[in-house]
Design a protein around this ligand. Structure first.
Ligand code: G3P
Length: 217
C-alpha cells in the first residue's frame, strides 16, 4: 500500500520523506488554509521534494471552471494530480482532464456508486472518506471493501486512495482490504510505530542495562 501524506505542512512532509515513507501528498482547501501559505507556492515546494503524485484541489463548482483551474494547477509541476469533487460537474471535469493525459483524483466519495462513476470517468484515484463516514455511524472501511470488490470485478485501473484517515488502525484496515493508497496526517503515520509493549520492554532493558555499569561507546 502506498503512503500519501495528507498535509500542506512542508516540514512534516520532509521528516517522513527522509524516512522513505512518502509515496505522494494530498492537499485540499482546508489544508492550504491551515498552512497559511499561497497554494501555488507551497504546492510547488512539495512537488519539488516528493517525486510521487501531489494532489491539488480545484475550487470551482462548474465543470468549465474546474477544467480551467485544473489546467492552471497542472502547470505547477509534472507530478500534480488535479483533485475534483465527486459531483456531476466533477465527473465531467475528470473525463476531460484525464482525457488530456492528466492525473485526476476524485474526492469526497461516500458511496460505491460514486466510485463506480469516477472509474468510468477515467479517474486516476478515487478518494473515499472513511473517517467522515465513521462520524455518522457508517463503517467507512465497508465502503473501501465494496469499492475494492467492484474495481476488481471489472479490472478498473482507478486506484483506491483511502482518505479521511484518523487512526493507525484505519491504516491497518485499509492495507488488509487491499486499498492501493492511504493518505493520512503525519501524526497518524508516526503513531503506527507505537506499541505499549515496545515501551514497556524498552524500559526493562534500560533498567537492566544501567545495572551492568557498561557503556557501548
Ligand atoms: O483526505 C481527506 C482529509 O483531508 C479529510 O480528513 O479528517 O477532515 O475528514 P478529515
Amino acid at each position: 500500500m502506498k503512503f500519501f501524506v495528507d498535509t500542506a505542512d512542508v516540514d512534516a512532509i520532509r521528516e517522513l520523506h527522509e524516512l522513505g515513507m512518502v509515496d505522494g501528498v494530498t492537499t485540499n482547501p482546508s489544508l492550504i488554509m491551515k498552512s497559511g501559505r499561497d497554494i501555488k507556492e507551497v504546492t510547488a515546494e512539495i512537488c519539488a521534494m516528493v517525486p510521487g503524485p501531489v494532489s491539488a484541489e480545484t475550487v470551482a463548482l462548474d465543470a468549465d471552471g474546474m477544467i480551467a483551474e485544473g489546467r492552471e494547477l497542472a502547470k505547477i509541476a509534472d507530478n500534480i494530480t488535479i483533485k475534483v469533487p465527486l459531483t456531476w460537474a466533477g465527473l465531467q471535469a475528470c473525463k476531460v482532464l484525464s482525457g488530456e493525459g492528466r492525473m485526476v483524483n476524485v474526492t469526497l466519495c461516500f458511496s460505491a456508486n460514486q466510485a463506480l462513476l469516477a472509474a468510468k470517468a477515467g479517474a486516476t484515484f478515487i478518494s473515499p472518506f472513511v473517517g467522515r463516514l465513521d462520524d455518522i455511524n457508517i463503517d467507512g472501511m465497508d465502503l473501501i471493501a465494496e469499492i475494492r470488490q467492484i474495481y476488481d470485478n471489472y479490472d478498473f485501473s482507478t486506484e483506491i486512495l483511502t482518505a479521511s484517515i484518523r487512526s493507525a488502525n484505519h491504516m491497518k484496515e485499509a492495507a488488509l482490504i487491499g486499498a492501493d493508497v492511504a493518505t493520512a496526517p503525519p501524526n497518524v503515520i508516526k503513531a503506527m510505530a507505537n506499541h505499549v509493549l515496545t515501551d514497556k520492554g524498552l524500559d526493562a532493558f534500560m533498567a537492566d542495562w544501567a545495572k551492568t555499569g557498561q557503556s557501548i561507546v
